[in-house]
Ligand binder design. Structure first.
Ligand code: PDD
Length: 281
């Protein structure tokens, strides 16, 4: 596998960043994950807009113009011969002697781009079965709307899920409401057939897949409410699913060991999954 690091394409084993990198030392770094289907980037514009937003909110400089970055992403995909998979883009505030405040202006940011293939048949098999999620307290910092690599709470949540034989963790706020998944947006469909997902009020990442699914929902005239839902409500839901760039729409068939609905992927989730790639740009 070949990675792009600050202007060079290198085999992964030789690719690296400095031990002084602020991404390594302070998680002073942001990222994007963008799906590749049939060699094409999915929802690229929305991912690039979110990257710009993350950079702006942290006052971080762009390592490359958007056009140059688009070229690097495509070249990384090409060199890795990825047809179906994901491309990963990470930008840090650069490498400099360890000191908490921002480095002097002009310190070059670090840019890393990697690409890897995914076995679509494996992901489809997963979607046919649905995944299990477990709920854990949301212990993240306040700025989770920024796609930063400060992901330690997400790592711990995901591992807690793994330890219980589940594939995703749903993070729950102090009032008992689900915020989102450790690396996905969380959705339910109520007994009345209404789709529910948490509004973008700062407590969740603005998911790109979420935004495209919302467009689909509006287009198809499905019943929809953008509001927080409790864990109890999720237990009683007819359907549940998650959305993320790497899995598009993934049905959830178990929450904390309880079957969701009849325990099989729901009609709404399956329909949205089928329609997703017709809508994604
Ligand atoms: N995760 N919420 C969180 C906390 C996430 O990390 C992600 C994405 C999402 C879904 O966002 P999107 O639809 O734009 O992928 C929601 C990526 C895939 C990751 O960290 O690998």
């Amino acid at each position: 596998r070949i990675a792009y690091v600050n202007g060079r394409y290198l085999p992964h084993a030789e690719a690296g960043v400095s031990i002084d990198d602020r991404g390594f030392q302070f998680a002073d770094s942001v990222y994007e994950v963008c799906e590749i289907i049939g060699g094409k980037l999915v929802d690229e514009r929305r991912h690039m807009a979110r990257l710009q937003r993350s950079l702006d909110l942290l006052n971080m400089a762009r390592p490359l113009t958007e056009r140059a970055l688009a070229v690097v992403m495509r070249e990384t995909i090409r060199r890795n011969r990825v047809v179906n998979g994901v491309v990963y883009v990470q930008v840090s505030r650069g490498a400099i002697r360890r000191d908490f405040p921002f480095p002097p202006e002009g310190t070059p940011p670090t840019l890393v781009v990697t690409a890897r293939s995914n076995d679509l048949s494996k992901i489809e098999a997963r979607a046919d079965k649905g995944i299990a999620v477990v709920t854990v307290p949301d212990e993240r910092w306040r700025h989770v709307d920024i796609k930063s690599v400060s992901l330690l709470p997400n790592v711990l949540a995901k591992q807690a899920a793994r330890d219980k034989g589940a594939q995703e963790a749903w993070l729950v706020d102090a009032k008992g409401y689900v915020t989102e998944g450790a690396s996905s947006s969380a959705w339910i469909v109520t007994r009345d057939g209404v789709l529910v997902t948490r509004p973008l009020a700062g407590e969740i990442l603005p998911g790109v897949t979420r935004s495209v699914v919302l467009d689909l929902v509006a287009e198809q005239g499905l019943g929809f409410e953008e509001r927080a839902f409790t864990v109890e409500e999720a237990y009683a839901a007819r359907e549940a699913f998650i959305t993320s760039a790497s899995q598009s729409v993934m049905p959830v068939t178990q929450i904390d060991g309880r079957p969701v609905g009849n325990g099989a992927p729901g009609l709404v989730a399956r329909g949205l999954r089928r329609d997703y790639h017709s809508k994604a740009e």
